[in-house]
Design a binder for this molecule. Structure first.
Ligand SMILES: [Zn+2]
Length: 90
């Protein structure tokens, strides 16, 4: 059974409720008893989590190991990358 996020537009109360997809969405806030509940779907935490996941993946791909001139393999070794600073020394 899916869990839904609800937020109350009257008092800001937020909670999760588990009920069947076919069931009518809740409208009455359990905190202030007003009919101001809004069900959060899609635009909720799920999408944000997904976005940050993509961001982390992109960040890893766009950031090769370049911590203070430390190349992999190490600077100065024959296998060091061509762009390594220490390899450009005469
Ligand atoms: Zn409320």
């Amino acid at each position: 059974m899916p869990t839904y996020d609800y937020v109350c537009n009257a008092c800001g109360h937020r909670f999760e409720e588990m009920h069947a997809m076919s069931a009518a969405p809740l409208t009455k806030c359990p905190s202030c008893k007003k009919q101001k509940l809004e069900r959060l779907i899609g635009a909720g935490a799920g999408v944000i989590f997904k976005g940050s996941g993509f961001y982390q993946t992109d960040y890893k791909n766009a950031a090769p190991p370049s911590t203070g001139g430390g190349c992999q393999p190490a600077c100065g070794t024959p296998d060091a990358p061509a762009g390594c600073k220490m390899n450009k020394k005469p």
